[in-house]
Design a protein around this ligand. Structure first.
Ligand code: GH3
Ligand code: MG
Ligand code: MG
Length: 350
């Protein structure tokens, strides 16, 4: 299974402990095999072979970086039971390490079941293969079972901590996402989806040079009075969309307030800014609005250069807008003092 295969473990994580426990059990299996050989009991060859098989199987799992699972539990527990039946010394440590890695993988709810299975297999194989049953032997079983119990609690504790940690991280992630959503909402105009006035104030802080266009719908009050406020809202939405599709990435479009929009064109010359303003004006004038409502806009433009503060730049564009309104509306005016040398004698609008 794909999700059981991992390529890197975070030190201190449950996965890392599982891998360490597997490596430790390989070492102990080898130790049990060597011990059987040194003691040379009647079945030492069987014991050593089984211990080596145990080690090889687990080395193979380690090399393929597979996380502990059911197959590992069943095969290893069978080997453990075999070692117990062969009276291998210290075989209970292999049960402990198996319990640790499999139960950590099984999660909090299944830890108890894994512990019961491992304890039961240990007890049954120990009792059925015991030559004599005396106090020492029974105490050894009790001692091992106590070890299993303590280990089970430790695993449950570790798993609880891990679950808590995962939950905390999830909540943290949710909070960050929510925060991000709130932030975006606070900067977005609900009607048009453009940036709002607050966003304008914020974005402008990081810019020192740009062309500023202030766009105002002509006779919008009359439009509202004639067609109704809802139609007026639709016109605002459509103009918002026109601005969105017309500006390049890197340019910024805002609904500054009411029926007034602002476009910020960073890294743009006055001439190009004027062309863009004219294109926008024309697009609105030629757009077919719902109910055939005739809509035009007037545009005031200026260029903000380093040394000019944003408030002054806005006032310049606003005064150019005022001039556009004075000169018949549906036209673009550039702020006079910032008028570029060439090209501005062009008449805009009607
Ligand atoms: P001018 O050509 O000089 O700009 O005239 P105008 O009528 O567009 O300007 P004025 O400032 O007199 O009126 C602006 C109108 O915009 C008044 C207000 O009711 C309307 N308005 C502001 N916000 C909204 C809105 O969100 N929805 C609608 N439908 N109308 C709005
Ligand atoms: Mg207006
Ligand atoms: Mg206005």
């Amino acid at each position: 299974m794909q999700d059981r295969k991992v390529t890197g473990y975070m030190a201190g994580s449950a996965e890392y402990i599982q891998i360490l426990a597997r490596r430790a059990s390989i070492v102990f299996a080898v130790f049990i095999g060597v011990n059987a050989w040194v003691l040379s009991g009647p079945v030492w060859k069987w014991t050593a072979s089984l211990a080596v098989a145990y080690a090889i199987y687990n080395i193979a799992l380690s090399r393929r970086q597979i996380l502990p699972g059911v197959a590992e539990l069943l095969l290893n527990i069978a080997a453990c039971a075999g070692l117990t039946c062969l009276h291998a010394e210290y075989s209970s440590i292999l049960y402990q390490l198996l319990l640790l890695r499999v139960a950590l993988r099984a999660g909090r709810n299944r830890t108890g079941r894994v512990a019961v299975i491992i304890s039961a297999v240990y007890l049954v194989s120990a009792v059925t293969s015991a030559n004599v049953i005396n106090t020492t032997v029974v105490m050894q079983w009790v001692y091992s079972l106590l070890g299993f119990t303590l280990l089970t609690y430790a695993v449950i504790y570790i798993n609880t901590l891990a679950a808590q940690q995962a939950n905390d991280s999830q909540q943290m992630l949710e909070l960050i996402k929510q925060n991000d959503r709130n932030y975006r909402m606070a900067l977005t105009d609900a009607l048009t989806g453009l940036y709002n006035h607050r966003a304008y104030k914020e974005k402008i802080e990081n810019l020192s040079q740009y062309v500023l266009l202030v766009i105002d719908i002509d006779h919008f009050k009359k439009l509202n009075d004639t067609y109704g406020h809802l139609v007026g809202d639709k016109v605002l939405i459509t103009i918002g969309n026109i601005l969105k599709i017309s500006v390049r990435s890197g340019d910024l479009a805002f609904r500054y307030g009411g029926e007034e929009f602002v476009v910020v064109l960073p890294g743009t010359t006055a001439q190009i800014g004027l062309k863009i303003a004219e294109r926008l004006r024309q697009k609105v004038a030629e757009w077919t609005f719902e109910h055939g409502v005739p809509v035009t806009v007037s545009v005031g433009a200026t260029i903000r250069k380093p040394g000019i503060n944003s408030q002054t730049a806005f006032e310049q564009a606003d005064s150019a807008l005022y001039r556009a309104k004075q000169t018949g509306r549906n036209n673009v005016q550039f702020y006079a003092a910032a008028k570029p040398a060439a090209d501005l004698s062009v008449k805009y609008g009607m």
